[in-house]
Design a protein around this ligand. Structure first.
Ligand SMILES: Nc1ncnc2c1ncn2[C@@H]1O[C@H](COP(=O)(O)OP(=O)(O)OP(=O)(O)O)[C@@H](O)[C@H]1O
Length: 219
C-alpha cells in the first residue's frame, strides 16, 4: 500500500505527560498517583486485568474524560480544556469500533475524512489492502466483527495524527491482520509517531522503544 505517510518532527522531547492522575468509579479508586510520559517514537502498552481501569485511563489521556486528580500536558501546555491542537494531532480509536453500521466502508472513510484531517488515499486500494475487497459498498452492519474492526482501523492508514491512542485494537482480528497492524505500528514509530494502547494479547512486534505500564486491580 503506497500512501505517502507524514514524518513527524521530533524536536519536542515529550509529546504527552500525565502527572499524579487518579480516577474513581463507583467509589472504587481505579488508580492514583499515576504518571507517565510519551515521546516521539515510543509505544506505551497499558496493562491490567479486566476492570483495572485501562479504558478509563485512555479516555482521560485522550481528553474525553477528566481525571479526579492530576494534570495532563500536551507539548508542555496544560490540557485543562479542549485543545484543538491536541485533538488535531490525536487519533483515538476506542473499544467500540466507532464505525457507522448503516454506512458502507467507503462512506465511513468519507465521513472520517470530512471530520478530520485525513490523507487523500485511494480508498478502494486501502480497503483491499485491509482484506476488504468486494465489501466496500455494503452497510458495515453486514460485515463480520473482524471486518468491522478492519474498517475502523483503516483510519490509521490515512490519519495525519502523531499520537495514536488505541483501546484493544486487536480485538476480533485474525493473525494476519494483527501482524499487518503491528507492522504499521512500527512504521508509525519510525516516522516519529507515538502510540498508547491496551491489549490483552502479547505484543510480538520488535522495536527498541516499547514500554509497559500496569494498572493493578484494586478493590
Ligand atoms: N462510565 C462509568 N460509570 C461507572 N463506572 C464505570 C464507568 N466506566 C467504567 N466504569 C467502571 O470502572 C472500572 C474500570 O473500567 P475500565 O473499562 O476502565 O476497565 P478496563 O481495565 O479497560 O477493563 P477491560 O480489560 O475489561 O476492558 C470498571 O469496574 C467499570 O465498571
Amino acid at each position: 500500500m503506497n500512501i505517502a505517510q507524514p514524518t513527524f518532527a521530533v524536536t519536542e522531547p515529550i509529546l504527552l505527560s500525565a502527572t499524579a492522575l487518579s480516577c474513581v468509579k463507583q467509589d472504587r479508586i481505579l488508580f492514583e498517583q499515576l504518571s507517565l510520559q510519551l515521546k516521539p517514537g515510543e509505544l506505551l502498552q497499558i496493562k491490567g486485568k479486566n476492570g483495572a481501569g485501562k479504558s478509563s485511563l485512555l479516555r482521560i489521556l485522550a481528553g474525553l474524560a477528566r481525571p479526579d486528580e492530576g494534570e495532563l500536558h500536551y507539548l508542555q501546555q496544560p490540557l485543562n480544556h479542549f485543545n484543538t491542537d491536541y485533538a488535531a494531532n490525536l487519533c483515538f480509536i476506542g473499544h467500540q469500533s466507532g464505525i457507522h453500521e448503516q454506512l458502507t466502508a467507503l462512506e465511513n472513510l468519507q465521513f472520517w475524512r470530512a471530520a478530520a484531517d485525513l490523507l487523500p488515499t485511494d480508498d478502494f486500494a486501502l480497503l483491499a489492502n485491509l482484506g476488504l475487497a468486494g465489501l466496500e459498498d455494503i452497510p458495515c452492519k453486514m460485515l463480520s466483527a473482524g471486518q468491522q474492526r478492519r474498517v475502523s482501523l483503516a483510519r490509521l492508514w490515512t490519519t495525519t495524527a502523531q499520537i495514536w491512542i488505541l483501546d484493544e485494537p486487536f480485538t476480533a482480528l485474525d493473525q494476519s491482520a494483527i501482524a499487518q497492524l503491528q507492522q504499521h505500528f512500527i512504521q508509525h514509530l519510525n516516522r516519529g509517531g507515538a502510540i498508547i494502547l491496551t491489549t490483552h494479547q502479547a505484543l510480538t512486534l520488535q522495536h527498541p522503544a516499547l514500554f509497559a505500564l500496569e494498572i493493578h486491580y484494586r478493590w
